[in-house]
Design a protein around this ligand. Structure first.
Ligand code: NDP
Ligand code: 8X3
Length: 253
């Protein structure tokens, strides 16, 4: 039976790839992000290709009041959210802590941690009420292994993992599942965003290594979401083959 899948940050990269993977699985989609033109394009394409129901909403996860209003609207427009994928996130900068732009640090916390809290706090009560649902949070290998110049990004992804664990404990007497997905290096717009639009510098991140692609993560998430009701995958870490920790990567010259 088709499920209603809400994805935050569905305009590009892993979020967009997940939209296509779940659409191919004949699930219904609720796509959110800030760039509404992208959401509109993706909705049109998915509807044409897969003939499924796709709703989209502009939603900046850093804005608590906006998140509350949009989530209320979503819960009014669709019967329920079966799967919530907290994917919206970013790194900004790669710099020693004592030199870091404070605004970049705060934006990462606001997006990766507070954004996840705002959305989940709005959606989870309806799952508890229906005694069913699955929350899938996109963490990172950075949440396991801190690396140079990324103390705050790593801390936000560590928080994602611990929040997932805490929510799993708080919903233990329900049929709700909670999963943290921890990808390693994935070739998306992530590095371009991190380096404030510097495409050349962003490209160097993926040189000499066959990085993961957004579709690889999407297929892993679909696998996690398609387990029988008694199977809860709590955590999944996915690295490139030539990657051993968050930042230990073997590059071919
Ligand atoms: P992209 O930059 O391609 O995608 C990021 C998505 O997050 C976009 O859709 C963007 O949408 C959305 N987003 C960012 N800020 C906000 C906001 N304030 N409100 C709503 N949406 C927002 O990168 P990825 O696909 O790689 O990143 C997706 C997730 O995966 C992130 O949480 C990232 O930390 C995580 N990750 C990425 C890895 C990688 O190597 N690429 C590895 C491990 C984890 P819009 O700008 O339209 O709002
Ligand atoms: C994003 C990938 O390389 O910054 O989480 O850990 S990395």
């Amino acid at each position: 039976m088709a499920r209603y899948v809400l994805i935050t940050g569905a305009t590009s990269g892993i979020g967009k790839a997940m939209a296509y993977a779940f659409a191919d699985n004949q699930d219904y989609l609720i796509l959110t992000g800030r760039r509404v033109n992208k959401l509109k394009e993706i909705q049109a394409d998915l509807t044409a290709k897969y003939g499924i129901s796709v709703h989209y909403y502009q939603m900046d996860v850093t804005q608590a009041a906006e998140v509350a209003a949009v989530c209320r609207q979503i819960l009014h427009d669709v019967p329920q959210i079966d799967i919530l994928i907290n994917n919206a996130g970013l790194a900004l900068g790669l710099e020693k802590f004592h030199k870091y732009e404070v605004t970049d640090m705060v934006t990462m916390l606001d997006t990766n941690v507070k954004g996840l809290l705002y959305v989940t706090r709005q959606i989870l009560p309806s799952m508890v009420e229906k005694n069913t649902g699955h929350i899938i949070n996109i963490g990172s290998t950075a949440g396991i292994y801190a690396y140079a110049g990324a103390a705050v990004y790593a801390a936000t992804k560590s928080a994602v993992k611990v929040l997932s664990d805490g929510i799993r404990i708080d919903t233990i007497d329900t049929n709700i599942k909670v999963t943290t997905i921890q990808p390693g290096i994935v070739e998306t717009d992530f590095s371009e965003v991190r380096f404030h639009g510097d495409k050349e510098r962003a490209a160097t991140v993926y040189q000499g290594i066959e990085a993961l692609q957004a579709e690889d993560i999407a297929q892993s998430v679909l696998f996690v979401a398609n387990q029988p009701s008694h199977v809860q995958i709590s955590d999944m870490t996915i690295m490139a083959t030539k990657q051993a920790t968050g930042f230990l990567i073997h590059r071919e010259k």
